[in-house]
Design a protein around this ligand. Structure first.
Ligand code: GDD
Ligand code: MN
Length: 376
């Protein structure tokens, strides 16, 4: 419907509500009342709704929102089960509304809700696709961030400029408002991984987005804790890589391959230790090294590749077992294919690479279905 036409099928004038504020949450129960109150004060005179997308927070944020929604028709909750991820939560939130203007912000009051009316006004008046709350344009600040966090944000921003051509001051911002049709034009290309939705939107949109940055003061979090961990940096690098390779490799596959390569190194180290230093037989060294490498591969993949559906507790043992089983079959396929090619007089190196590719694709596909894709 939106494919070739930038005009939204729903009239901007008649559509109610006019603005949807989408807030992703994970363990933000104490911030729900304050953020709703803050929005009510800031958005007087605007037809708005709030969509909270909660990833089944253990602190029952979703239930708290539901209770408040009983008496407040502006508020809705979308509770996702067995999944994690800020960007994917925002995407799904944006998909459930009919509002022609969409705002994304955090639940923790770090973003200044008083900027929302100005953002909306700019989008309506000026030829703009997106308005971004920026900490790095004149008048904006990062508040009380420590030096390391400031450095990390600036480093990531510099990287971002090599991906998108727009000269954004704050490409890492999690606070912005855009036209719904702009979102719908790029939604199928979004990687949806990690924290960096804004960058993803710029990189995925078929045309250069017309944007404006408005300064605001990044406030200090009052309740709860930040969910930004160092694994987020890994997801960010993967997203960049996926965009650079023109979207043709799934982001998880890229991650899986990198971790597989680390497994080869680990394998060689363990083999060296056992066979060369401890003088075990080669077969013992090779078997132990294979098991160790498979195990580290499993844990790294669980932590990084499948961070959003991480296995824990009992599931971890079942997952590890299914991973070893799948990869053992993958190894047999690898050797079988390589051997077949060598016997058909292919060059040994090419045969080995073909075997490795078949094994890797098998391992990825099978573990994606059996190890990490069980409904929970
Ligand atoms: N649904 C869902 N699922 N929400 C999540 C998840 C998740 O896995 N992880 C975090 N959130 C929610 C939080 O509850 C919060 O409302 C919002 O996303 C931002 O998370 P924070 O943990 O507060 O992030 P931050 O303050 O460290 O990072 C902010 O600054 C970054 C700039 O460096 C965010 O605004 C980021 O979007 C921004 O990129
Ligand atoms: Mn925050």
């Amino acid at each position: 419907m939106f494919k070739n036409d930038l005009t939204h099928p729903i009239s901007v004038v008649t559509c109610r509500p006019e603005l949807a504020v989408i807030i992703p949450t994970y363990n933000e129960v104490d911030n729900v009342v304050p953020i709703i109150t803050a929005l009510e004060n800031a958005l007087v005179g605007i037809e708005w709704e709030l969509i909270i997308v909660d990833d089944d927070s253990p602190d029952e944020t979703a239930m708290q929102v539901r209770i408040l929604a009983c008496h407040n028709p502006r508020v809705r909750v979308l509770q996702r089960l067995g999944r994690r991820g800020l960007a994917s939560a925002c995407i799904e939130g944006m998909l459930v509304t009919t509002a022609p203007f969409l705002a994304i912000m955090d639940a923790d009051l770090q973003h200044d809700e008083n900027l929302l009316p100005t953002m909306l006004m700019r989008l309506k008046q000026a030829p703009l696709d997106i308005v971004i709350g920026s900490r790095y344009v004149n008048g904006g600040t990062v508040g009380e961030w420590n030096k390391q966090r400031q450095k990390m944000s600036q480093f990531a921003s510099q990287f971002a400029h090599s991906l998108i051509h727009a000269k954004l001051h704050d490409p890492m911002s999690g606070f912005f408002m855009l036209r719904a049709e702009v979102f719908h034009l790029s939604v199928r290309k979004l990687s949806g991984v990690g924290f960096k939705l804004l960058l993803d939107l710029f990189a995925s949109h078929p045309e250069t987005l017309r944007f404006e940055e408005l300064p605001y003061q990044f406030r200090t979090r009052q309740n709860g804790t930040s969910k930004l961990e160092s694994a987020v940096l890994w997801e960010y690098l993967l997203m960049l890589l996926q965009k650079f390779t023109g979207n043709w490799l799934p982001v998880r596959f890229i991650s899986f391959i990198f971790i597989g390569a680390s497994g080869v190194l680990i394998h060689l180290c363990v083999l060296w230790l056992l066979y060369k230093s401890l003088a075990t037989s080669f077969i013992v060294g090779q078997s132990v090294a294979t098991l160790v490498a498979m195990t580290t591969n499993f844990f790294f993949n669980n932590l990084l590749t499948y961070r959003d559906m991480r296995l824990r507790g009992k599931q971890l043992i079942r997952g590890w077992f299914s991973f070893i089983l799948a990869c053992s079959v993958g190894a047999i396929a690898n050797v079988g294919v390589a051997n077949y090619l060598v016997q058909a007089h292919s060059w040994w190196m090419l045969s080995a690479i073909a075997g490795i590719i078949v094994g890797a694709v098998w391992n990825y596909a099978v573990t994606a279905v059996y190890t990490w894709n069980k409904p929970r």
